[in-house]
Write a protein of this length. Structure first.
Length: 266
């Protein structure tokens, strides 16, 4: 059995989710591992559903601890029990016992990210490290037209940070939209997977469309070019949130577990 933890966290004080080999930098994974060890009495390696970068936040994030057959704490008691070992910027929202064949990363159906832009002339201290401040007025209509061109299955190499070792750069964007709520502009994008810095580059590209540096009609050719130099800037991590992680409805069922076991045995 495994325990599936649902987390929320502010990423400002952390160097991303994942512990880096040989590094003493503070990470979300390392902090939660220490809390789980304090509660359960031994060290678990917590596998995460994603690898959020330094400064990136998560409204919903999942990780698992393996080999928990001897743990007897009821799952509904775990969040409150572990809370006293966690700092105020990380919360375990729920915990669930799941079968061994469940994979917290590969069983994900899709993930949704949201990027918050404070689009006002003056900065707001209450959004410091929570939204990126852009004083220039944004053209939401043009940004949405460009976002529509990016929906679907494409090779998104042009929207991947240089230096990534990923070979398969084809992803499917399920939806991509922009809306304004007062001074806050919310960019929302969901896909079956994301490349390194892909969301921040997508958002930077929409900003370039807004101010006329990239035309809406150029988006198709930019995708085909696979050329990073033709896309927008990589926006800062402050405004980026992993907002939803969606699993198939049947992924936790006994039928799913039996089917996976048969596939493995075959």
């Amino acid at each position: 059995m495994k325990i599936l933890f649902e987390l929320s966290y502010l990423g400002t004080g952390y160097h991303g989710y994942q512990v880096q080999s040989g590094s003493s930098l503070k990470t979300v994974q390392g902090t939660v591992q220490e809390a789980v060890e304090a509660l359960l009495g031994r060290r678990f390696c917590l596998s995460g559903c994603s690898r959020t970068d330094a400064g990136v936040h998560a409204r919903q994030f999942f990780c698992t601890a393996d080999d928990v057959e001897n743990i007897t704490i009821p799952e509904d008691k775990i969040p409150l029990a572990i809370a006293r070992f966690l700092p105020s910027d990380i919360s375990v929202r729920s915990a669930k016992y799941v079968h061994d064949n469940f994979h917290v990363r590969y069983d994900v159906d899709y993930k949704e990210y949201e990027y918050l832009i404070l689009n006002s002339r003056l900065a707001d201290p209450f959004y410091a490290n929570r939204a990126w401040h852009c004083p220039k007025t944004l053209d939401i209509d043009k940004m949405n037209l460009a976002a529509e061109r990016l929906v679907g299955r494409h090779n998104f190499e042009a929207f991947m940070a240089q230096g990534s070792q990923v070979k398969d750069t084809v992803r499917t964007i399920k939806y991509f939209d922009v809306r304004r709520e007062g001074d806050i502009v919310k960019v929302r994008v969901a896909a079956d997977g994301f490349l390194y810095n892909m969301v921040r580059i997508l958002c930077g590209t929409l900003l370039a469309v807004s101010d006329g540096r990239i035309a809406v009609d150029d988006i198709d050719n930019i995708i085909l070019s696979r050329d990073r130099t033709r896309t927008g800037a990589t926006l800062p991590p402050d405004g980026l949130y992993l907002s939803r992680v969606v699993y198939p409805d049947n992924v936790f069922s006994e039928d799913y577990e039996r089917r996976q076991r048969i596939l493995i045995e075959e």
